[in-house]
Design a protein around this ligand. Structure first.
Ligand code: SF4
Ligand code: SF4
Ligand code: SF4
Length: 302
């Protein structure tokens, strides 16, 4: 039988923690990981205050110039979780430990910046890092764990259907983690799913349908294409916002017109891997039965 919680084991564990903490910034007050940090939790559990050992501390610069991941080696405890996640979860081996002993640190590729290494910015290393040594830049300063609501959802980007956990504060997504129980991703996700969600709150995002001005007001004849890219207010080619009922009515009218004038095979339908299976099934029914064409395909084949 192996005993993992005897007084002797706990004393040894506390000693290891004291050594780790002796070379740690201890700036939990402003650290991104506060409230979500295994080192902090263990220090609390074992009453490690950080004043037992004095000695040299590392002062690494925090300057990896990639757009996604903050790399703060000062907060690294060399647990190598990131190394294993990169190798075993993402299958890339972009990250490893360089040198040994007190000189050891995590590095990328042939000891370069992340962007110059084979890194694909999947963020698996960030997901498993127990401290703030690796942290999403886009989430920095946005909120504490106890201020967020966690919502599990399906990534909207492709048909793999990765399960993501959104951290939402004040109705704004501030961080995305991947779900370990996601049947198609098992804790992994790609760079888009992990870091590509700022579009949700982007000022340029379309939230209402837009149609050409000449299509509203009962549908005027299509004007000449000379000024097709015109953004002049009042121009028949100008994009104007409308409501969904109007946009769908216009779409139905145009589809009916082309089907009646040129036959159903003049219309092709492209569906999307970003839609649900059920929605793609409905598009198949719509193409074959409502329009009467077999010209239907899916973006995953393009
Ligand atoms: S990584 Fe953890 S222990 Fe270190 S400063 Fe941040 S919260 Fe504190
Ligand atoms: S982001 Fe992904 S590919 Fe890059 S080092 Fe981390 S685990 Fe490896
Ligand atoms: S997972 Fe974090 S703490 Fe552990 S070795 Fe990697 S960067 Fe350091």
């Amino acid at each position: 039988m192996v005993h993992t919680n005897t007084p002797k084991v706990r004393a040894s564990r506390k000693f290891s923690l004291e050594l780790l903490i002796s070379d740690h910034p201890l700036d939990c007050m402003t650290c991104e990981a506060t409230g979500n940090c295994l080192l902090q939790d263990l220090a609390y559990e074992y009453s490690v205050t950080g004043d037992r050992f004095e000695g040299t501390k590392h002062h690494y610069s925090v300057n990896d110039p990639n757009p996604f991941i903050q790399v703060d080696r000062n907060k690294c405890i060399l647990c190598r979780r990131c190394v294993r996640a990169c190798r075993d979860v993402n299958g890339v081996e972009a990250i490893s430990v360089f040198y040994r002993g007190f000189s050891a640190y995590i590095g990328f590729g042939a000891d370069s910046h992340m962007a110059d290494s084979p890194c694909e910015f999947c963020g698996s290393c960030v997901e498993v890092c127990p401290t703030a040594a690796l942290w999403p830049k886009i989430s920095m300063g946005k909120g504490r764990p106890w201020q967020v609501e966690k919502i599990q959802t399906t990534c909207p980007y492709c048909g793999v259907g990765c399960q993501l956990i959104l951290e939402v504060k004040d109705n704004e997504i501030i961080k995305v983690d991947s779900a370990w129980d996601g049947p198609s991703n098992h804790g992994w996700t790609c760079v888009k799913g992990r870091f590509g969600w700022d579009y949700v709150h982007h000022a340029d995002r379309l939230t209402k349908p837009k149609v050409r001005r000449y299509l509203v007001d009962g549908g005027q004849p299509k004007p000449a294409a000379a000024n097709r890219h015109s953004e002049v207010a009042g121009d028949p080619w100008e994009w104007v916002e409308t409501d969904w009922d109007t946009a769908l009515d216009i779409t139905a009218r145009k589809l009916r017109h082309h089907r009646d004038e040129s036959g159903p095979n003049s219309i092709g339908v492209l569906t999307s891997a970003k839609c649900l299976n059920e929605e793609n099934y409905l598009m198949n029914k719509f193409a074959r039965q409502a329009i009467g064409t077999n010209s239907i395909d899916h973006c995953a084949r393009l």
